[in-house]
Design a protein around this ligand. Structure first.
Ligand SMILES: Cc1ncc(COP(=O)(O)O)c(C=O)c1O
Length: 394
């Protein structure tokens, strides 16, 4: 199999992650306050928190709490901040997890929304954000890196604007964490959602939230925390304030191993591999006249959006999967607003998302398969109408 769907979930996982999952699934958890086992350097929860704080440049590990992934983190942000009757500026590059959470808040809590459009290449212009600010604006909520075309927002400029105007800066780092270096203190990010199962190499079902020390936010759920159990109310000590319920211990162990892998190897080293593959693929696709490429031609994260003229992206995905065992993602990609700006309305596009585990040989196989499909589409469209049951996330 050739796996080009890393922006959905990364595969394969590094060996150390697989080892951590099987080790921690097979051993009793050392979980502070929840068993009589003595907490020591083997406390993987503490270790994971410390490593995430190091990776993101957080002031301390209490700023990092665990969730089931970005979607849960984003729900906590939207529900837990005092946004009622306030105005939030966001962008058309956002994932459904942000768009839908905000739209519910708009409907139920009178939160006013402005969606700043990206340009044809997928970039957000800071002046367009500035122009939306009004007296009720409370926050700017931005997708750090697009899951459709990989473009990156200028977080330094947006952060400067947000703090000049006394607004909260909230970042969805689902695609960027582990791929684009992030220093939350240098960037002065107030809140950041991240997921564990993409470029941080963990398994699905683990992610987290960075919250700056002085930012006030309510937890999404309350319940047992393992400490101060006599209290009838949620204890307000971070990070466990945000972490009621038994932790996803194996998921955290996988993330600990994934983050260790990144800290050992370095984000830059992985990007050398990923950007080389990205440019190699982009150059080859650019030379095929029947292909339309979307987004920028500069590497930010290893995602390429494309379409084949006259062929539905879903059919491209089906063909690659069924004939060549190549996995991509097709359609709207849970990003309902960006396609209008990119020009990929109404069917979306074919997304190729690479990892440092991909190879140049896989790129060559992919390009040959696409060329073959284009030839068939010219002579025998029927042959492309294979089984269309693979609807992806349209
Ligand atoms: C930009 C973006 N935000 C949010 C999410 C949701 O992440 P999770 O799967 O961790 O809930 C994704 C996942 O595809 C994403 O790409």
């Amino acid at each position: 199999m050739i796996y080009f769907n890393n922006a959905a979930t990364s595969y394969p996982k590094p060996q150390c992650v697989l080892d951590a999952v099987s080790f921690y699934a097979a051993h009793p958890p050392i979980d502070a306050g929840r068993s009589s086992m003595v907490e020591d350097e083997k406390d993987v929860i503490l270790s994971c928190r410390n490593k995430l704080a190091k990776l993101f440049g957080a002031a301390n590990s209490s700023c990092i709490s665990f969730t089931s992934g970005s979607t849960q983190s984003i729900n906590m942000i939207v529900k837990g901040l005092g946004l009622d009757n306030k105005h939030v500026i966001t962008t058309t590059t956002e994932h459904s997890s942000v768009v839908r959470a905000l739209k519910v808040a708009e409907k139920e809590r009178n939160v006013n929304l402005s969606f700043v459009p990206c340009d044809e290449q997928g970039f957000i212009h800071v002046d367009d954000i500035r122009n939306q600010i009004n007296k009720d604006t409370k926050a700017i909520f931005v997708n750090h890196s697009s899951n459709v075309v990989g473009t990156e927002v200028d977080l330094y400029a947006i952060s400067e604007l947000a703090h000049d105007e006394n607004l909260l800066l909230i970042v969805d780092a689902s695609q960027s964490a582990g791929t684009i270096p992030i220093n939350v203190r240098e960037l002065d990010i107030d809140i950041m959602a991240f997921t564990g199962h993409k470029s941080l190499h963990g398994i699905a079902g683990i992610g987290g939230l960075y919250v700056k020390e002085d930012v006030d936010i309510q937890p999404l759920i309350v319940g047992g925390t393992g400490v101060k159990s006599t209290s009838l109310y949620q204890i307000e000590e971070r990070p466990i304030y945000f972490e009621a319920g038994t932790q996803n211990f194996v998921g955290i162990a996988s993330l600990e191993a994934g983050v260790s892998y990144i800290l050992d190897k370095g984000i830059d080293a992985a990007n050398v591999v990923k950007s080389k593959l990205y440019y190699s693929l982009r150059d080859k696709l650019e030379n095929i006249p029947e292909i339309k490429l979307y987004g920028t031609d500069k590497y930010y994260s290893p995602i390429i959006g494309m379409n084949v003229n006259g062929v539905d992206p879903k059919e491209v995905g089906n063909y690659l999967s069924k004939r060549h065992n190549i996995v991509v993602r097709t359609g709207i990609l849970c990003a309902p607003l960006i396609h209008h700006n990119l020009g990929s309305d109404p069917n979306g596009l074919v997304r190729i998302s690479l990892s440092s585990f991909n190879t140049e040989d896989e790129i060559l196989t992919f390009v040959d398969a696409i060329k073959e499909m284009i030839d068939i589409s010219k002579t025998n469209q029927e042959e492309l109408h294979l089984d269309n049951s693979n609807l992806s996330c349209v």
